[in-house]
Design a protein around this ligand. Structure first.
Ligand code: FAD
Length: 397
């Protein structure tokens, strides 16, 4: 006989595991379908930077959703660490968003006008930057100083969310979901490579593999694979006390395990024919990306010329056509919720996504939860594949 759950979540990345955990915390019986293992998708490649200052967030509800998720991390990390005994290598520190060029200064200052209404930040000139971190390049113009930003190990976060959810009763089912089971316009379960699994609600959170379910929904799930690479360095100098990033040169973060993470490559770093590799993840590290990332890092922090390469990570992000996540019900269907397409922000936005999906399911799918109006699947009813081209090129980190 087919197994029956309140909710079946497809995909055990950061998003699926966060949803399973939030649902299980509410006493909801969850089946978590994963075809490989926790953290086998995009999540394992992510820097785990939880920063509000990039171009991903725009004024209004987009930024507010980012802020909600940012604020949720402190308690979430404490809960997960205490439930699982794992150290998520979570750090909260002041951050610097550097301007090395006039165009970066202009962008940062324009965004500051509205960002500073939400977060404590101010512009500092090059002299003040060097008082804080004398090892940064002499050729910078200035930076925005933010009182606090955060970073953690995304793979460990993924494992901890999955494990904590299991402790609360979630059943992980290691099988591939092969299709959705419909009864009229209602989704009532999932076909798998083994037995069917039945449920009241299905959550599609299969990252860049989510489009595999669009034919069963007769509605587009426009998610593509956008490559990104970063490196881990062993640097013998003192660790950075600030989380550093810049619009054109990416991030530079001393992790809590002692390694320095720098990267990442984005849309503008690949030729068009390399950018969209079809439906699957591209895990092949390239020499071009390594040289590009190292050059950018040395531009910002010249002493990294002496650092040693420990690891190069290559993966793909689940790109949506407007770089914003796709969260919410599918028009014309009941019993199904999408939570996918988080592009460069799937770690950061996992808590907000899980809160919204849980609220929606608890309300019987009748009322849209707060905070997700910009992210509803309905915005893509008429989308074309050409939309990916511009979205991909806009991905900087
Ligand atoms: C280089 C790089 C750096 C990044 N840095 C950051 C960062 O600093 N901050 C940030 O917030 N984000 C960052 N990201 C983006 C982030 O990694 C993604 O947005 C996030 O991991 C997406 O999570 P997910 O759970 O949707 O997808 P995934 O982690 O890909 O999980 C999807 C899961 O679904 C499973 N699955 C797929 N199909 C099926 C099926 N049919 N049946 C069962 N299971 C299935 C897969 O095996 C996988 O485990 C970065 C990404 C890259 C590549």
């Amino acid at each position: 006989m087919a197994e029956k759950f309140d909710v079946v979540v497809i995909g055990a990345g950061a998003i699926g595991c966060a949803i399973a955990y939030y649902l299980a915390r509410e006493g909801i019986k969850v089946g978590l379908l994963e075809r490989e293992s926790f953290g086998s998708g995009s999540t394992a490649h992510a820097t785990g930077f939880i920063s509000l200052l990039g171009t991903e967030f725009t004024v209004g509800s987009s930024f507010e959703f980012g802020l909600e998720s940012y604020n949720a991390f402190q308690t979430l990390v404490e809960e997960l660490q205490s439930a699982t005994g794992m150290d998520l290598l979570y750090q909260r520190r002041p951050s610097l968003r550097l301007a090395l060029e006039e165009s970066e200064e202009k962008l940062i200052k324009e965004m500051m006008v509205w960002q500073k209404e939400y977060v404590a930040m101010h512009w500092i000139d090059a002299k003040e930057v060097h008082e804080l971190e004398p090892r940064l390049t002499q050729s910078l113009i200035g930076a925005v100083y933010e009182d606090e930003s955060a970073q953690l190990d995304s793979y460990r976060l993924n494992l901890a969310l999955g494990a904590a959810s299991e402790i609360l009763g979630t059943q992980t089912i290691n099988r591939k979901a092969t299709g959705l089971i419909s009864e009229g316009n209602r989704i009532i379960g999932v076909h798998t490579e083994g037995d069917d699994v039945l449920c009241d609600t299905v959550v599609v959170s299969a990252g860049l593999w989510s489009p595999g379910f669009q034919k069963d929904l007769d509605f587009p799930i426009p998610v593509g694979a956008l490559k990104g690479e970063r490196v881990l360095l062993k640097y013998d100098g003192q660790p950075l006390q600030l989380l550093i990033s810049s619009p054109k040169r990416g991030h530079m973060i001393s992790r809590m395990d002692g390694f320095l993470s720098v990267g990442s490559t984005g849309g503008r770093d690949y030729d068009q024919d390399q950018l969209y590799q079809g439906e699957d993840m591209d895990r092949v590290p390239t020499e071009t990306a390594r040289l590009e990332i190292m050059q950018r890092a040395i531009d910002v922090f010249p002493d990294l010329e002496n650092a040693e390469l420990v690891e190069q990570l290559a993966g793909s992000r689940p790109l949506s056509p407007d770089r914003m996540p796709i969260i919410g019900p599918v028009p014309g269907k009941e019993g199904v919720v999408l939570a996918t397409g988080h592009t460069t922000k799937g770690i950061h936005l996992a808590p907000g996504t899980a809160r919204a999906v849980t609220e929606f399911i608890q309300g019987g799918g009748k009322q849209l939860p707060s905070g997700i109006d910009l992210f509803l699947p309905s915005r893509f009813a008429d989308m074309t594949s050409a939309d990916f081209q511009t979205a991909g090129l806009g991905v900087d980190e």
